[in-house]
Ligand binder design. Structure first.
Ligand SMILES: Nc1ncnc2c1ncn2[C@@H]1O[C@H](COP(=O)(O)OP(=O)(O)OP(=O)(O)O)[C@@H](O)[C@H]1O
Ligand SMILES: NC(=O)c1ccc[n+]([C@@H]2O[C@H](COP(=O)(O)O)[C@@H](O)[C@H]2O)c1
Ligand SMILES: [Zn+2]
Length: 271
């Protein structure tokens, strides 16, 4: 392995209402691209569905969304579901979400090895270490838990270019949060129809300042599936097979999600 490599955990935040094949593809596209560049090693991925309090149009309960993600990821070898956001008392800003995973990862890595920190904690606060290991094991990539490596793992945000462009929506993102996300964590952005992430970075001082930490990944095998389009198709009785994992499609049918009448009469935005 190249000694200059940094280990990375990719975290995708979103509604996943429902999870689509593109949500899963994002991780593949990102890993291929980043590993080809040579400096980053992707040791795992986490899908972190947003809390019900996010109150996006037609958002089904986090219980359903987590169940669907669990099914979608049941045989995934390197991406895991984290229910942490959904278990909080309200919506958590993305900077705090990333910070949480980074903290968990740091303490669990320390707990995992016979580090001075672990020895210190064994004397003073054993429960905290056990908690970290417990929570850690739910979403931690296997190779990380067993790597025996003392190298830090960097938590990066994985998103589509529409989320990057939402940084400019007045009142939606705190500028300090953006600075922390791009400056300390880093951003992996998958291109999406109707977006121009290169121009968007050019037009932003803070993004330009941290552009070394922003990776734009062009999806050449374009696929404009979105959860909105899935909900719409299902509501109209059209097939959604091959657009969501089969297990997710069955779950939607069994639980009668996204039925006719469930949506508003307004036109839904596609991203
Ligand atoms: N086709 C796609 N190409 C690139 N990124 C995508 C695509 N679909 C979803 N994403 C990304 O997945 C993450 C989760 O998004 P989200 O749950 O909003 O899915 P969505 O398909 O955009 O759903 P909705 O239509 O309800 O907004 C976001 O970072 C979003 O940009
Ligand atoms: N200020 C913030 O931290 C902020 C603002 C808007 C959306 N988000 C997050 O971005 C994701 C976007 O999801 P949607 O694309 O489904 O709206 C969600 O996980 C949401 O929590 C974060
Ligand atoms: Zn979206």
């Amino acid at each position: 392995m190249n000694m200059a490599q940094t280990d990375v955990l990719l975290v995708a935040c979103g509604s996943f209402n429902p999870p689509t094949i593109m949500h899963l593809r994002m991780f593949e596209i990102a890993r291929d691209h980043l590993e080809r560049l040579g400096q980053l090693k992707i040791i795992g991925g986490v899908m972190s569905p947003v809390h019900d309090a996010y109150q996006k149009q037609d958002l089904v309960s986090s219980e359903h969304r987590c169940n669907m993600l669990r099914l979608a990821l049941s045989d995934h070898d390197w991406v895991r579901l984290s229910e942490w956001e959904c278990q909080q008392s309200g919506w958590t800003r993305t900077r705090q979400v990333l910070q949480h995973y980074q903290n968990q990862l740091n303490s669990a890595m320390n707990a995992n090895h016979d580090s001075p920190l672990k020895r210190q904690r064994q004397c003073s606060n054993r429960d905290e270490v056990d908690d970290a290991v417990q929570n850690f094991s739910n979403w931690i990539p296997n190779q990380c838990a067993s790597s025996g490596s003392d190298r830090p793992v960097k938590v990066m945000l994985l998103c589509g270019a529409d989320v990057l462009e939402s940084f400019a929506k007045p009142g939606l993102w705190n500028i300090k949060d953006i600075e922390t996300i791009v400056g300390q964590h880093g951003l992996v952005v998958i291109t999406r129809e109707g977006t121009n992430p290169y121009r968007f970075i050019y037009e932003s001082d803070v993004l330009t300042k941290h552009m070394g930490n922003i990776f734009i990944v062009t999806e050449w095998i374009t696929n404009e599936v979105s959860s909105t389009k899935i909900r719409r198709a299902h509501r109209r009785g059209d097939s959604i097979k091959y657009l969501v994992p089969d297990s997710v499609m069955q779950y939607i049918q069994q639980n009668q999600l996204y039925q006719e009448g469930a949506n508003s009469t307004t036109n839904e935005k596609s991203l």
